[in-house]
Design a binder for this molecule. Structure first.
Ligand code: ZN
Length: 246
């Protein structure tokens, strides 16, 4: 029986002389490995629809926990603008890798939904740096290590929040403050907004560079401290940021 499964290709690799094995992040089944027979031969109809970041409806003989077989693909969105721009491609690749890692730890449909919403926003021109940070923050919940950003992470007090600390695990109030670096009040508020915002409904992401940097620094240290994730595309992205944000 052929099943129609919505998903996005997160990686592809050669298999035999003529075929490919693709890895698809799907809404319904998490990560699915799929054999695309003949997809490396020139005239094969699967050739162009089995590349990384192809987002569509995958018709396949699905076998749970085994290699499925791809029959055809209906493209939903080809992310043409992302693919034209090296910076956007880099962020999008990072998001695909991140979503894959998060899905491996917690198979939840929402991880897929959030990824697609983020890619759509990057595709239509929203700042990939900020979109990436929003998704990173939201994914912490699915990784089971959400920072405390509704009260002081040490004493639980809801007022006089002085800063945000990755080491302390979230907000720190005036009273509990020791030698943590003080971030802007806007940064403190922004992480909460990022957590609650509906990505599909974002219409404006006008954020000052220094605030963006502070949020990003928090997330970077937080990921290092609490998630144990190692993402291949991070190094490239970090170097890109250094050049961009100078
Ligand atoms: Zn406190």
């Amino acid at each position: 029986m052929i099943e129609e499964i919505e998903g996005i290709i997160i990686s592809e690799r050669a298999y035999s002389e003529t075929s490919k094995i693709i890895s698809i992040l799907t809404k319904k089944y998490g990560i699915v490995s799929c054999l695309a027979k003949g997809a490396r031969t020139l005239k094969n109809e699967l050739r162009n629809v089995t590349t990384k970041m192809t987002y569509g409806l995958f018709h396949m003989h699905y076998k749970e926990g085994k290699l499925s077989t791809l029959v055809s693909v209906d493209i939903i969105e080809s992310f043409r603008n992302i693919k034209k721009d090296i910076v956007k491609i880099s962020y999008a690749s990072f998001l695909l890798e991140l979503a894959e890692q998060v899905m491996k730890q917690n198979q939840n449909e929402e991880i897929y939904v959030l990824l697609i919403s983020s890619l759509k926003k990057i595709e239509i021109g929203f700042d990939p740096f900020v979109i990436t940070n929003i998704l990173e923050l939201k994914y912490l919940e699915y990784l089971g290590v959400m920072p405390i950003i509704n009260a002081c992470s040490i004493c639980g007090k809801k007022y006089s929040i002085a800063t945000l600390s990755a080491d302390k695990g979230g907000y720190v109030c005036n009273h509990c403050l020791t030698n943590e670096k003080i971030v802007s009040n806007k940064t403190i508020k922004l992480v909460r907004i990022f957590y609650h915002v509906n990505i599909d409904k974002i219409t404006n992401l006008d954020i000052k560079e220094d605030i963006k940097k502070e949020v990003n620094q928090f997330l970077e240290s937080y990921y290092d401290n609490y998630t144990g994730l190692y993402l291949k595309s991070t190094t490239f992205l970090k170097n890109l940021n250094k050049t961009e944000l100078k």
